[in-house]
Write a protein that binds this ligand. Structure first.
Ligand SMILES: NC(=O)c1ccc[n+]([C@@H]2O[C@H](COP(=O)([O-])OP(=O)(O)OC[C@H]3O[C@@H](n4cnc5c(N)ncnc54)[C@H](O)[C@@H]3O)[C@@H](O)[C@H]2O)c1
Ligand SMILES: O=C(O)C(=O)C[C@]1(C(=O)O)C=C[C@@H](O)C=C1
Length: 304
């Protein structure tokens, strides 16, 4: 057991997965939780997720670790609600998909004697809410921990051990580098998926239901990603503006180059480009880093 009491603020996909994974690994004596939505609290109680309280302050009372599991734009409200009652020596962490904006929003509200050690598990699905979580979500996935120079090494080690206990591999990263890397690997790809599904939806008006009826596997993958939570992703893009716009600018330039190659019939350019990208994918698989197994325990039935 790593912590006596762990409190989860926001009981959605990530928090509910943390609750199940914590129980599976016997990592805490008690898991406490609160969600702003009365329906989410009711569902969490009904499925026996954790001890659910009717205020954030009560949930965080006496907790050794408080994890903010709310959308990035709600992190400040969440820390304000728990800060006055935090136990001296407690650690506050989060799971937000963006790190710099969360650090800027949360740090000013951390009381004396409490440490804020941000984290981000690189695992998720397109589902949300307390019923969407399952214990295996973090198995063999990365969790990036973002300590500051002031972080107590023992508290960082405990938080890393907690994530490892939930099945994750842990790495430490600087907040700005995290935001740039995630803009490439997660944020911009989501925006492209949202856009592609929007384009198909516009086209559907022309081709009736053909776009959906004959959708191939690649497009179906886009629709899965584009079904992700609108609040979460609105907040991600507004909070990681600079890095996303930088990567989107580069993406647009490449897209124009490929568009031109198609128009001018430059088959060599297209072939060279696709050869390069195929080598990247094969390199990932050869390095044993491919985690895109078809199901990967995503089904809620695998919860316990
Ligand atoms: N979904 C993913 O794939 C994924 C992966 C890694 C990290 N994240 C990050 O994890 C966080 C949570 O994402 P999720 O997918 O679990 O979202 P979710 O929509 O499933 O759950 C978020 C919950 O927070 C609650 N909430 C909102 N404001 C609140 C407040 N002030 N106090 C208490 N509860 C509040 C909502 O009612 C909701 O139930 C986000 O910051 C997101 O960026 C998500
Ligand atoms: O698999 C998915 O559904 C996800 O989009 C998960 C995903 C990702 O982009 O990989 C989404 C957002 C996160 O912050 C971390 C993980």
């Amino acid at each position: 057991m790593i912590y006596q009491k762990v409190a989860l603020i926001g009981l959605g996909l990530i928090a509910s997965s943390i609750a199940w994974a914590t129980k599976r690994g016997n990592l805490a004596g008690q898991v406490r939780g609160y969600d702003l939505s009365p329906e989410a609290r009711e569902t969490a109680r009904a499925i026996g997720l954790c001890d659910v309280f009717d205020s954030a302050a009560e949930a965080a009372e006496g907790a050794d670790l408080v994890i903010l599991c709310v959308p990035v734009g709600a992190m400040e409200t969440a820390i304000r609600a728990v800060a006055p009652g935090l136990k001296p020596g407690a650690v506050v962490s989060d799971v937000g998909s963006v790190k710099r904006a969360v650090i800027d929003a949360v740090t000013p509200h951390i009381p004396e004697g409490v440490q804020f050690i941000p984290a981000h598990p690189l695992a998720g699905t397109e589902h949300s809410g307390p019923a969407a979580g399952f214990a295996a979500l973090f198995d063999n996935r990365w969790c990036l921990v973002v300590p500051s120079p002031d972080s107590d090494p023992q508290k960082v080690a405990d938080l890393c051990a907690f994530w490892e206990g939930m099945g994750a591999h842990v790495d430490e990263m600087d907040a700005d580098h995290h935001d740039l890397v995630l803009a490439v690997t997660s944020h911009t790809p989501h925006l492209i998926a949202y856009t592609m599904v929007g384009v198909a939806d516009d086209l559907r008006r022309v081709t009736d239901s053909e776009v959906i009826k004959y959708s191939a596997a690649g497009f179906r993958d886009f629709t899965r990603i584009a079904a992700s939570d609108p609040t979460m992703w609105r907040d991600v893009f507004l909070s990681n503006k600079d890095a996303t716009l930088e990567i989107l600018g580069r993406f647009t330039e490449e897209l124009f180059a490929l568009q031109r190659a198609i128009r001018t019939g430059d088959g060599d350019l297209l072939h060279d480009y696709f050869t390069r990208t195929r080598a990247i994918r094969r390199g990932i698989i050869d390095a044993g880093q491919d985690t895109s197994a078809p199901d990967f325990g995503r089904t809620p039935l695998a919860r316990k």
